[in-house]
Design a protein around this ligand. Structure first.
Ligand code: GN1
Ligand code: MG
Length: 369
């Protein structure tokens, strides 16, 4: 693999000579490597990533989105005279012949990105302060994109967060039952039927115009924001593949999904899943600190349901993939997608139990009656 990676690295304009590479991060879709480079004796690092082309069919559109978004953010940060721009937004490193990715003879799509030093991501949150910082960083990311000029961003995966579409795909997978696995998940199928209204909630508010369309990250889980090693502050939002038109509520929802728990996304025992209202409160405070200025009251009033909706939708996508034979999300053990699904559904139950407490937290922070 290292030889292959060295060849891939050679296709890009990198700030040094390839030394070595290790697998990096815990993404379920792309293959990510942290590359060590030698720049006349100085050690440098960058990211090389193979884009999953089965998932992202339009790599040109995908890279165009990312370049537009990162350039716009860089432009805004320079207007603000930010002294640390290269750590606050990453850059796409161009291929040698030009262009933002390299396609191999084996039909692999690769890209190179700058690596943010002195910061880390966390798969499971350690303190409420981290929830605050993560939410503030995603809110800030959204606010920087409220005035992105030019055409509407391309939908890198159409209907990505559309509840009715995800429900239909799930029903098709149950009907087809191509791996004869539906018999293992009767309880989950029933649970989905009972909770359908949560899944459909944001879609109808978006369609009716009650909630405005905005550019959102669409994968705002805790491990997609780098927190500063020294100060703990949010430094840079990463994994921009799904930045596209949506609603900021998708991002707030994903923050709830991944920050109010202290279990991993794939915790095998769903009975261990709890939802900590203090962490929820930290998320609300952090998100409103950076996004409060542009959010409408209708958006704010959907924050609690957004947490349930995104958690349910991602659980449903894991279940759909389990039924289809684990063809989408990378798995590391048998039943992995089913564990992931059960943990998400358990969290929706916990959020439902605390519904009134969570709504009161939002109202308090937004000063709403
Ligand atoms: C996938 O690959 P990764 O881990 O960044 C998925 C997200 C899910 C997430 C669940 C393109 O993201 O939608 O929320 O797994 N990305 C895509 O952890 O489907
Ligand atoms: Mg992602």
């Amino acid at each position: 693999m290292s030889e292959h990676l060295a060849k891939i690295a050679d296709r890009f304009q990198l700030p040094g000579r390839f030394v070595s590479a290790v697998r990096y991060g815990s993404g379920h879709i792309n293959d990510t490597y942290l590359v060590e480079l030698d720049d006349a004796g100085a050690r440098k690092r960058c990211i090389l990533q193979r884009v999953n082309h089965a998932v992202f069919r339009n790599v040109d559109g995908l890279m165009d989105n990312i370049v537009r978004v990162t350039e716009h953010i860089r432009h805004k940060l320079s207007q603000e005279q930010d002294p640390d721009i290269s750590r606050h937004v990453y850059s796409v490193l161009p291929a040698k012949g030009g262009g933002w990715y390299a396609r191999t003879d084996g039909d692999e799509y690769w890209r190179a990105l700058t690596f943010i030093e002195g910061a880390h991501t966390y798969d499971v949150l350690e303190t409420p302060e981290q929830a605050y910082q993560a939410a503030k960083a995603f809110g800030r990311f959204q606010s920087l994109l409220t005035d992105l000029p030019g055409e509407r961003l391309c939908e890198t995966i159409p209907s990505f967060h559309d509840g009715p579409t995800r429900l239909r795909q799930f029903h098709e997978a149950v009907q087809e039952d191509r791996c004869n696995r539906a018999r293992f998940v009767r309880k989950e199928i029933e649970w989905v039927r009972e909770h359908e209204s949560i899944l459909l909630s944001l879609a109808s508010a978006l369609r009716s115009g009650l909630i405005p369309e905005r550019i959102s990250h669409n994968d705002a889980k805790i491990n997609n924001v780098m927190l500063d090693d020294a100060s703990g502050a949010g430094v840079c939002v990463v994994d921009l593949d799904t930045v596209m038109p949506g609603t900021g509520l998708f991002d707030f929802g994903d923050l709830v999904r991944t920050c109010v728990v202290d279990t991993a996304e794939d915790e095998p025992n769903p009975a261990l899943v709890t939802a900590d209202p203090r962490r929820f409160e930290a998320l609300v405070a952090g998100y409103l600190a950076s996004a409060g200025a542009f959010l409408t009251e209708a958006e704010i009033r959907h924050m609690v349901v957004a947490g349930k909706m995104i958690t349910m939708m991602i659980g449903l996508r894991f279940l759909t993939d389990f039924l289809r034979g684990d063809v989408y999300f990378r798995i590391h053990r048998d039943g992995h997608n089913l564990d992931r699904c059960r943990t998400q559904f358990a969290l929706v139950d916990r959020l439902n139990e605390q519904h009134d407490v969570l709504e009161a937290i939002v109202r308090k922070h937004a000063a709403l009656p």
